[in-house]
Design a protein around this ligand. Structure first.
Ligand code: DUC
Ligand code: ZN
Ligand code: ZN
Length: 453
């Protein structure tokens, strides 16, 4: 099967240029103006952008929490992803407890994802207390293609700051990248206890229960550790201006500190917690203020954040509304399908990001950081033919009805989008075209990460 994508504006991390793309089988084989062939299907891309497939570097599909499961499994989650121009997702292999062997957690997750995924996938490996000591298992994980580890400073899964230092050192020796959910546990717990003591337990108090300072303090301490170890460190879902500034200044000082933020932290504020729909917007860390939104855009625009991902963790409205307090409402929002069009409309059109920057933060940078480059994140001959045709003139009002996640709602309901994906190719196969998903479960492959040395 061959495709010729003709006459579009090809956008890469470096530039925008008018060129044709020739796809044969699963790969891109040529990129230049004026390509012609009689043996390929032709897609007319005039007036459209041709982008490398988006990589959502932070998703949670098919995840149990208490006696609930996320609404999206690997099939519905990745089908929705394809409809948003996302061709690779990075989910998590998570051990059941500190006693669970990492190898088993990895094989379990590979099987779950492999059966159902409709786009390609990679996995971060969650480490629970004690796993950081098992350097043999960490090494084996890297050899299996899991080149990034995930740790927490809060929740039951948390590692102490001392254990985190060991983890960072061990990972550095192996060459793996540590990614971290940074909220200081003591500060979160003390805010929670104060609210509980005052009877302020509803979701209205969610933002106060996980204060800005908790994120800022954890980021500050972790940057100090990264500096001491001279090691790289990646912060997931940064939500506050304070943490963003710390990451920017660490990078200015030459540290290998990486930052990720999410569309909800760029666009939404904690005002929604005063509405009836508050539970639908509950995620951790919580939404912040307009000033935080603006600082995050600024830091992203200046290149101090490397990745925008979604932390897609979807529940239905019924599941979200089943809680009674801020601590027992399932945390997380859907987002993968709307990642690209939101970032285009509110990032590129508003002047925060150039088109090459859009490609950097949604595709090329996550591909590089998580060992998928140049197979992913690039539009060169030899790269996988993961391609989005994006129509900058298509205007829509976002509505969950037109989306594909099993969540059946979007936190961005009613947002106006100018620019929307028209087609998505996954390794040369058309998996989405003009509103319709054309792929199938199990079509997605595990892409082993490779350390870049
Ligand atoms: N926060 C997380 O850290 N993970 C999943 C969902 C959420 O809200
Ligand atoms: Zn998290
Ligand atoms: Zn997450």
């Amino acid at each position: 099967m061959a495709w010729l994508i003709k006459g579009g504006w090809v956008v890469t991390a470096e530039r925008v240029e008018q060129a044709d793309l020739l796809i044969e089988g699963e790969r891109i084989v040529a990129r230049k103006p004026g390509l012609a062939t009689s043996s390929a299907d032709v897609l007319d891309a005039r007036g459209k952008y041709v982008l490398p497939g988006v990589i959502d570097a932070h998703v949670h599909y098919q995840m149990p929490i208490g006696n609930l499961w996320t609404a999206d499994d690997f099939y519905t989650g990745t089908a929705a992803a394809a409809c948003g121009g996302v061709t690779t997702v990075i989910d998590y292999a998570e051990p059941l407890g500190s006693g669970d062997r990492l190898e088993e957690a990895i094989e379990r997750r590979l099987e779950e994802a492999g059966e159902k995924a409709a786009v390609d996938f990679s996995l971060h490996l969650v480490l629970l207390p004690g796993h950081e000591e098992d350097t043999k298992a960490l090494q084996a994980a890297v050899e299996r293609g899991l080149v990034s580890f995930k740790i927490f400073t809060t929740y039951n899964q948390r590692l102490s700051y001392t254990a985190i230092k060991k983890c960072i050192q061990a990972s550095q020796e192996i060459g793996a990248l540590v990614t971290v959910h940074a909220e200081d546990h003591e500060l979160v717990m003390s805010a929670r206890e104060k609210l509980k003591a005052g009877g302020r337990t509803s979701v209205r108090y969610h933002a106060l229960s996980r204060p800005h300072e908790a994120e800022v303090e954890a980021v500050r301490r972790l940057i100090d550790i990264a500096k001491e170890c001279q090691a790289p460190l990646y912060f997931v879902h940064i939500s506050t201006a304070g943490a963003a500034e710390l990451i920017a200044s660490a990078r200015r000082a030459g540290l290998q500190v990486f930052g990720e933020t999410c569309p909800h932290y760029l666009l939404l504020t904690d005002k929604v917690y005063n509405t009836e729909d508050a539970p639908l917007y509950l995620m951790c860390p919580p939404l912040r203020t307009r000033e935080d939104n603006l600082k995050l855009w600024e830091v992203l625009s200046e290149g101090y954040f490397q990745v925008v991902a979604t932390d897609h963790c979807s529940y239905t409205p019924e599941q979200k509304l089943s809680g009674t307090a801020f601590w027992d409402t399932p945390a997380g929002v859907p987002g993968t399908e709307t990642l690209l069009p939101l970032l285009y409309s509110y990032g590129v059109r508003e002047g925060w990001l150039s088109l090459p920057q859009l490609v950097q933060v949604l595709s090329t940078n996550p591909a590089r950081l998580f060992g998928l480059y140049p197979r992913k994140g690039e539009l060169n001959p030899g790269s996988d033919a993961d391609i989005v045709i994006f129509d900058p003139r298509k205007e829509i009002k976002l509505s969950a009805e037109a989306l594909h996640s099993a969540a059946r709602y979007t936190p961005f309901e009613g947002y106006t989008l100018k620019g929307y994906p028209e087609a998505t190719f996954l390794r040369g196969q058309l998996v989405y075209y003009q509103g319709r998903f054309l792929g199938r479960p199990g079509q997605g492959r595990f892409i082993p990460g490779k350390l870049q040395i």
